[in-house]
Ligand binder design. Structure first.
Ligand code: DON
Length: 631
């Protein structure tokens, strides 16, 4: 690896952090995270809220809303490993997830012989309570499953779905102009039929071993007894108080007596416990019909900017099995979620283009590596904007987009010489092979931060990668009487239905699923899983996941270092460089190549498990509160 730059003039931090940077440079690690004390980003709804410290167990700072769970030896050890920047090692099973209480619930299921599907259900139920801003019963998710017995990779689509009464004009005002983003988000209009309860049940029916009814117990207990509000949750409530106050039930829960919940404050949610009891007793049908369904509909239809979700939408909701998208990268096969997610196609396109270059030779210190990654991303995002949407509604060149010849030709646009060059001046969507012609206009749907990622390997050798969301932080800001927030996933559609008279592929249509960027991924080698990975981050998910895979596959980083590594992400706009990290040293070189560069907080939440060498090594993103637990 080339030596690191001798000084870091652009990093403006405290003396202590400057000293830490110097120590890290001396240790030779660009991989070292420097994300502590990230300033809250007032614009991003799920902003950075700092890196929880393991040095003060039980203080609330480290608890991630887990209360006493940080006193458990396994959790305390895992938090200490994370604070030290080291992966957690295990042999039998592992779970890596965004909150210690959720990790503990999943770990207990795995320890008792449950499968990865069982553990996901227990963990997801807890996440809906302690990380309500990111995912829950009122949202949707995508799941990638590796089945040890059959060797098959299966992907399940539990994406939210547009109400049957929705039209392409859903987010246009009376004059045909698109609504402002947050005018569309807050209220009933943005709510799609939730998919997460259906996905939990489908995963259990296919791959569960534990009794379904017991999997909700940890979440029910925590909801009834109360949990300690995490620093991250408290920070986000404070930053979003004005929007949360607009709906009485949401306000009463997050701003009791008008005061935002504080870190460490105990919060119970008996209504959520009731919803979970119903789900435990009667399965997902308790959600998609009856009292819970009626409450969802009432909440949506009586909200400001009333939505059009109806009983029929919930009654006909189905989880869909989709064909996995697998793209070769180096000696691996990178498998993930196809349409309606753009995740696996875009990650696969980026990696497929990078296959033409030797990134191991250039390494992470060389700005040329970031030129190649940045331009591969720009090219992928150009195709994404043109072609990618729900393939049940929009014919898509799925195979053509990741065909090796097409990607090699696109890579050719970046120049033959990996060691020198400037950015591609003008990037446009390509023309992948297609068996029939189709003309779409480019879209520009906005995605802002929330969401969570769960990676699990169970004692049977199965692997699960699931990204779960309610879209924006706190979703539509509508809380049901059942104690969970409703998503705003409909705003992942393009607000504009047409551009210059040409339809946009990702326009709203009744019963359609909005395009996602979620990229739950399982990297395979020789038919076996070697890396389980994914992240939140809106459309930056694609860049985060691609970068982790490059860091792990090409730069030989362990899983925790690859996760913690400062981010550099290009989504076909400015080159985003993670503020306050060593990545900022790349700014002058990137600017000299012609990129517009923005240093900013980049709030990933990557959770990953490396399965190579007969061991499990887990990593949790230092930008969030989670841990990896294993045995
Ligand atoms: O499905 C999507 O791509 C988005 N709704 C995900 C949102 C997200 O990841 C926000 N993350 N911080």
């Amino acid at each position: 690896m080339p030596s690191l730059l001798p000084r870091l003039p652009v990093i403006r931090r405290t003396a202590a952090i400057t000293a830490l940077i110097a120590a890290l440079i001396a240790a030779g690690g660009f991989a070292a995270p420097l994300v502590a004390q990230q300033a809250a980003d007032a614009v991003a709804p799920e902003a950075g809220t700092g890196t929880p410290s393991a040095s003060a167990p039980g203080s609330g700072a480290a608890s991630g809303g887990a209360g006493d769970v940080v006193m458990r030896p396994d959790v305390a050890r895992a938090l200490a490993a994370k604070a030290a920047g080291a992966p957690v090692a295990a042999r039998e099973w592992m779970i890596a997830v965004a909150n210690p209480a959720a990790a503990a619930a999943g770990a207990d299921v795995l320890r008792a012989g449950g499968t990865a599907a069982d553990a996901m259900i227990a963990a997801q139920a807890v996440l809906g309570l302690v990380e309500p801003q990111s995912s829950g019963l009122g949202g949707g998710a995508f799941l990638v499953w590796y089945d040890a017995a059959s060797g098959a990779v299966t992907t399940l689509d539990g994406r939210e779905t547009a109400p049957l009464a929705a039209t392409p004009a859903l987010f246009l005002d009376g004059s045909g102009a698109p609504l402002k983003f947050f005018d569309a988000v807050v209220g009933g209009l943005s709510v799609g039929t939730p998919g997460t309860p259906g996905l939990m049940q489908e995963a259990h029916a296919r791959w569960g071993k534990s009794a379904w009814s017991r999997l909700f117990d940890p979440a029910i207990t925590l909801a009834e007894q109360g949990f300690a509000v995490s620093p991250r949750l408290a920070g986000l409530i404070g930053a979003d108080a004005e929007r949360l106050a607009r709906h009485p039930r949401t306000a009463a829960y997050f701003l009791p007596d008008g005061v935002p919940l504080a870190a460490g404050q105990r919060r119970d949610n008996p209504a959520y416990a009731q919803s979970l009891r119903a789900l435990a007793a009667r399965g997902a049908q308790a959600f998609y019909g009856g009292a819970i369904a009626q409450d969802i509909i009432d909440t949506v239809q009586n909200a400001p900017r009333a939505g059009r979700l109806a009983a029929l939408d919930l009654a006909i909701y189905r989880v869909k099995e989709r064909a996995p998208v697998c793209v070769p990268y180096r000696m691996y096969e990178v498998c993930g979620m196809g349409p309606p997610s753009s995740g696996a196609l875009s990650v696969g396109q980026i990696l497929g283009m990078l296959n033409s270059f030797d990134l191991a030779a250039s390494g992470p210190q060389d700005a040329q590596s970031w030129r190649l990654i940045g331009d591969a991303s720009r090219l992928a995002f150009a195709d994404r904007g043109r072609y990618m949407a729900d393939s049940d509604f929009v014919p898509m060149p799925v195979k053509g987009l990741v065909e090796a010849g097409y990607l090699a030709a696109r890579a050719g646009l970046m120049g033959k010489d990996a060691q020198s060059g400037t950015r591609i001046e003008t990037v446009e969507a390509g023309t992948p092979k297609w068996d029939h012609a189709q003309l779409w206009a480019d879209d520009a749907a906005i995605e802002l931060p929330s969401t969570t990622h769960i990676s699990i390997v169970d004692g049977y050798g199965n692997a699960l990668s699931m990204t779960s969301t309610i879209e924006n932080a706190f979703g539509s800001r509508l809380m049901t009487a059942g104690g969970f927030l409703l998503n705003n996933e409909m705003t992942d559609f393009s607000f504009r239905s047409h551009r210059d008279g040409v339809p946009v592929a990702n326009r709203v249509e009744p019963g359609k699923r909005p395009r996602s960027s979620m990229a739950p991924t399982i990297v395979m080698q020789g038919g076996k899983p070697v890396l389980v990975v994914g992240s939140p981050g809106g459309s930056r998910i694609i860049g985060y996941v691609a970068q982790v895979i490059v860091a792990w596959a090409d730069w030989g980083m362990d899983v925790q270092s690859a996760i913690a590594m400062p981010h550099l992400v290009n989504r076909f706009g400015p080159y985003d460089v993670e503020a306050g990290t060593q990545a900022e040293v790349m700014i002058p070189a990137l600017e000299a190549m012609g990129y517009e560069v923005k240093a900013r907080d980049l709030n990933s939440g990557i959770h990953a498990i490396d399965l190579r060498g007969g061991m499990l090594r887990g990593g949790a993103d230092p930008r969030r509160e989670g841990v990896a637990l294993g045995e």
